[in-house]
Ligand binder design. Structure first.
Ligand SMILES: *Cc1c(COP(=O)(O)O)cnc(C)c1O
Length: 371
């Protein structure tokens, strides 16, 4: 059910482009089926017709780049990832602009972060150019899957894992890199709604010297039990403390505090995932003349600041939901209503206007994927 051709994509600089073998999915969804899905794609349940796959071996480096039909991966039961969790990933969106062109946002930052995650997990570093090319190759075949509805996007999920069949404990000599894509609807269909968060004091997602700053599945595995606890408490999300007892992050989103004097404060700790949304928001805030502080934030500073009125807004951010206001902090024996302000939503508007091409990209943050 396949026909195979080879294409060479253009890359701008540095590393020589890979030669992808493209195998078209002859059982691809029809355009009618695709349009039906894109009307209400939800999040993470539908996938496009193709995926990218690049192999790596200690001997041969990166090789056998392919675009192939989306489908199950065959793995040896002894594949190291299934036993020791040697895995990393990224999350990035493709946006359709009004003129039909497809862009993504600061993909060089995702590429560099994937390299940092790779170093921590003893995985090979994928060159930035190969990362960018892998996204373009997928859009070249699945570009029609980038929706054009308001707040819709195509969520791209690059990931890398140890596939060597070996039960000894050491970095794997065989690794796979994939990119899959999933159309995403508006995260808040009825408008942005503040979330309730549960303070997990019993569990941590990451430790000092651990893997908190790497985008790796293990951090998420550690967050599932506290997340279930949060649901049990009537909350939507968890906020974690770092090993010094300071505020860390939500486990999938970074957290920011707005002070009465306009200062924007976000926790600093070596176990926090360095969010691209957060960094972009801090930059937009600086451009507005706001003071930005990245430093430890204690639970007392948060709770006292809300009680005294010194903190005027608290919000979380990440690629999937962009910016989410926090409406309630609940912990063992307390419940603090959070003040709601204007800054989070105004920054959200500015950022999404840039991403969707409704506002000029003065920073060179956009990267075209379909040309
Ligand atoms: C991906 C992620 C974030 C958000 O990062 P963005 O680059 O803004 O999407 C925050 N925390 C964790 C643990 C993450 O994995």
């Amino acid at each position: 059910m396949t026909d195979t051709t080879t294409t060479t994509a253009q890359t701008d600089a540095g590393v020589a482009p890979l030669e992808f073998a493209v195998t078209k999915n002859l059982a691809a969804k029809s355009s009618a089926q695709r349009e039906e899905i894109l009307k209400d794609p939800g999040f993470g349940t539908h996938f496009t017709d193709h995926m990218v796959d690049i192999c790596w071996s200690a001997k041969g480096g990166w090789h056998r780049p392919r675009v192939q039909p989306y489908g199950p991966i065959s793995l040896d039961p002894a594949a190291a990832v299934l036993h020791y969790g040697q895995e990393i990933f990224e999350g990035i969106k493709a946006y359709r602009h009004a003129d039909g062109a497809v862009y993504t946002f600061r993909p060089d930052q995702n590429a560099l972060r994937l390299q940092r995650s790779a170093r921590r997990l003893a995985l090979p570093e994928l060159p930035v150019e190969h990362f960018l090319q892998s996204l373009r190759e997928l859009i070249a075949v699945d570009g029609a899957w980038v929706p054009s509805g308001e707040d819709q996007s195509l969520y791209l999920r690059p990931f890398m894992f140890a596939k060597e069949a070996f039960l000894g404990v050491r970095p794997a000599h065989k690794v796979a890199y994939y990119v899959i894509a999933s159309p995403a609807g508006s995260y808040f269909p009825g408008g942005v709604k503040p979330v309730k968060i549960w303070l997990s004091e019993k569990y941590q997602r990451a430790a000092k010297g651990g893997t908190g700053a790497a985008k790796t599945g293990g951090n998420y595995a550690a967050s599932l039990l506290p997340q279930a606890e949060a649901y049990g408490q009537g909350c939507d999300q968890v906020v974690f403390l770092d090993s010094d007892g300071n505020i860390e992050e939500l486990g999938g989103m970074n957290i920011l505090f707005v002070k009465k004097d306009g200062t924007l404060v976000t926790p600093a700790s070596d176990s926090i995932l360095d969010g691209i949304t957060r960094n972009s928001i801090l930059e937009l805030a600086r451009d507005r003349g706001l003071t930005v502080e990245q430093r430890p934030v204690s639970l007392a500073e948060w709770r006292d600041g809300v009680a005294s009125g010194d903190i005027t807004e608290v919000f979380a951010c990440g690629t999937a939901a962009v910016i989410t206001p926090i409406g309630l902090l609940k912990g063992e024996g307390f419940e603090d209503e959070q003040p709601v302000g204007e800054l989070a939503l105004s920054l959200r508007q500015e950022l999404t206007d840039i991403q969707y091409g409704r506002r000029e990209d003065t920073k060179g943050w956009l990267y075209r994927l379909d040309a």
